[in-house]
Design a protein around this ligand. Structure first.
Ligand code: BDP
Length: 659
């Protein structure tokens, strides 16, 4: 198998099978007809009736699946509910579940479950590791790739109902009339799958493509330009979702260019979108090359603006305060904005997690954030509850993630990276699902439901995230990657004249005393951005969890850890553990040789070899480098380095980072 079918490896029913059962729908909308068509094609069970019940308002896009005695009924308030119910049935069939007597109700946790594509109009993808963009801008709208529908179907099957097509570092060209027709072509294909299209916009569009004098949000010509542009968009795409905006961040233009605030900028766009029920997802990923701790900046910029954003603006916040690291504490902005809607941005594409070369199952990372208790509204104020409407009423709730999808045959580069796309969709639908449950589903559908295989593959997946943290950045270390492309270690990295906050030393602060970032009151005081008691827990070296120790503290090499080891020893053992864990992944996978088709077996096997080599590279680079500060031996019972530090320093990967 080449992986192109993802988790949708269903065989079409034969004519004889189809003759034995009936699928009926009370709704004839395009989305309901899609639900019916999917069941017509793939459902081998008893009769199914798709029923719309407008009174079931509490369902939203949810549904009920009920055994009627002789067949099944899917009840929903909207056509999308029927579609999700149909995919649920197919999933249960794929998992081999008995459906007699079934009665289940599913209601999605978030209204908007959205993928962010960082795809450029030239076909490259920023931080994309699965080939070029799926969107063929040169061919659209005339030529329609069959992969557009296949993509939409895969999303619908896991409940994703919205996509941002283009990079947050947005080209203004996306708003040109010719591009809008291309966008419309995609929107038309996605619509029957219940998927709405959003676009990333460049804040300077009025000036660059509109011929307006500037792009100042308080300039009436600018707001008029946006109003007209939005009108044009809705004339072309009546169910258009809205805009995603990266402003005044990493060189992107924004309202601050004119002395205005993020709120001024967001609200001007929100006004234009409001008549059509459109939304602005305004990103909080902002930081400047100042002396202020980068981890504090989003909070500092946005908290003073709380209450100033229009109702149809949602602040889109990365899970951690820095940038999609293997492990970060949650972003302290969650819960700190009391009068503004907040949504999480995850990254499915593995920018900082070994690209599509490393097997890393991300559900545990996503869950770690969603289940984090911020204490904003007292105990139990988890990020899930703050963003899903439980604790803070919101006009629309949303959750997003940066996609890992490209034109590779298997969509995501690594076969196991498909699981991260899957897991995001499933958690966006129901954040209470466990990582294990999601893994079991995915494995059963993607490989086989043979119990021993499901168990073995699940073990691999469940270890993988801790493994990557261990061999890359244990104990709260972060951002010690090679410059710019972020593949591989470069703790010694330094670019003369480059921004401090892009340099590894900025984050690890290794010296002869110890290492780590002092974010306590005696340091940058980032801890004070967390609600009590977290500020104290994180701020005290004795109560700060090991997993975040070097994130919050500059710790001496000889500091006694909870394990009784010194910090230096603990660091060494963690790196070594990471390498050993990858070795175990290799062994566990090799044992499955005769249970997985040879094509996917070999592909994963060879990627695991790269991962194992990279893990050793990480361990040697970090330990040999930090040893020059710690001035102590690497404990003699762990694997010895196989590299020379000076050789590792010479590695210069020629990777292009597109933006
Ligand atoms: C970082 C990426 C950069 C993105 C930026 C963003 O390195 O390519 O443009 O985030 O999210 O993770 O805007």
């Amino acid at each position: 198998a080449d992986g192109s079918q993802l988790w949708l490896r269903y065989d079409k029913v034969t004519a004889a099978e189809a003759g034995r059962r009936q699928i009926r729908s009370t709704s004839s909308g395009p989305v309901a007809l899609m639900a019916k068509a999917e069941l017509d094609d793939y459902w081998r069970g008893p009769a199914v009736e798709l029923v719309i019940d407008k009174k079931k308002r509490e369902y939203g896009e949810g549904y009920q699946i009920k055994w009627t005695g002789s067949g099944l009924q899917i009840l929903a308030q909207q056509d999308r509910g029927l579609l999700y119910g149909a995919y649920h049935l197919l999933r249960l069939q794929g998992e081999g579940k008995d459906l007699r007597g079934v009665d289940l109700t599913e209601i999605p946790a978030y209204d908007i479950r959205i993928l962010n594509h960082w795809d450029n109009l030239d076909g490259t993808i920023e931080r994309g590791y699965a080939g070029r963009s799926l969107w063929k801008w040169l061919e659209l709208p005339t030529q329609i790739s069959p992969r557009y529908a296949a993509y939409a179907r895969a999303n619908a099957s896991i409940g994703i109902n919205a996509v941002v097509l283009n990079n947050v570092n947005a080209s203004p060209d996306i708003l040109r009339p010719d591009y809008l027709l291309k966008v419309k072509a995609l929107a038309d294909i996605f619509r029957p799958y219940g998927i709405q299209v959003y676009l990333s916009i460049n804040f300077s569009s009025p000036k660059i493509i509109g011929g307006v004098k500037d792009s100042d949000p308080l300039n009436p010509d600018v707001s008029t330009w946006w109003k007209n542009k939005v009108k044009e968009i809705y004339r072309t795409i009546p169910d258009f979702g809205g805009f995603l905006v990266k402003a005044n961040s990493e060189g992107q233009p924004g309202p601050q260019d004119y002395g205005r605030t993020h709120a001024d900028g967001a609200n001007m766009l929100a006004d234009a979108l409001k008549p059509y029920d459109g939304l602005v997802m305004w990103r909080a990923f902002v930081y400047n090359p100042t002396t202020e701790d980068r981890a504090k900046q989003a909070y500092q910029e946005f908290v003073p603006l709380d209450g100033k954003f229009s109702e149809n603006v949602i602040i889109q916040i990365k899970n951690g305060p820095i940038d999609f690291q293997p492990r970060e504490p949650f972003n302290p902005l969650f819960g700190a904005l009391r009068k503004s809607s907040e949504m999480v941005e995850f990254q499915i594409t593995q920018e900082y997690l070994g690209f599509s070369n490393h097997l890393v199952y991300l559900a545990p990372l996503f869950k770690e954030t969603l289940d984090s208790d911020t204490y904003s509204d007292g105990k139990g104020s988890t990020i899930a509850k703050l963003t899903d409407g439980t604790l803070r009423p919101a006009k629309k709730t949303a959750i997003s993630a940066v996609a890992n999808i490209g034109e590779d045959t298997n969509w995501t580069g690594h076969h196991f990276a498909q699981a991260n796309w899957y897991a995001f969709g499933r958690l966006a639908w129901d954040h209470q699902l466990s990582s294990e449950q999601i893994a079991e589903e995915w494995i059963s559908l993607t490989f086989s439901r043979e119990e021993q295989l499901v168990h073995a593959v699940k073990e691999i997946m469940m270890t993988s995230r801790e493994a990557v943290v261990n061999y890359m950045m244990p104990l709260g270390l972060h951002h010690i990657f090679a410059f710019d492309h972020h593949y591989g270690p470069e703790p010694w990295g330094d670019r003369k004249g480059g921004r401090a906050d892009w340099m590894p030393w900025y984050y690890h602060n290794a010296d002869t005393v110890g290492m780590g970032f002092d974010r306590t009151a005696s340091g940058s005081d980032a801890v004070s951005q967390y609600f009590p008691p977290l500020d104290e827990i994180y701020g005290d070296i004795t109560s700060c969890p090991d997993s975040l120790l070097l994130w919050f503290h500059h710790v001496s090499w000889t500091h006694r850890m909870k394990s009784g080891r010194t910090m230096w020893e603990e660091l060494c053992y963690r790196y070594d553990a990471g390498v050993q864990q990858v070795r175990e992944l290799q062994k566990a996978w090799d044992r499955l040789e005769h249970q997985v088709d040879s094509q996917r077996f070999a592909a994963v096997q060879s990627k695991l070899k790269i991962q194992a080599k990279d893990a050793v590279w990480w361990k040697d680079a970090c330990l040999l480098y930090f040893k020059t500060f710690a001035r102590q031996p690497i404990p003699y019972d762990i694997e010895r380095p196989v590299h020379e530090l000076e050789d590792l320093k010479k590695i210069k990967l020629n990777l292009i980072h597109h933006n």
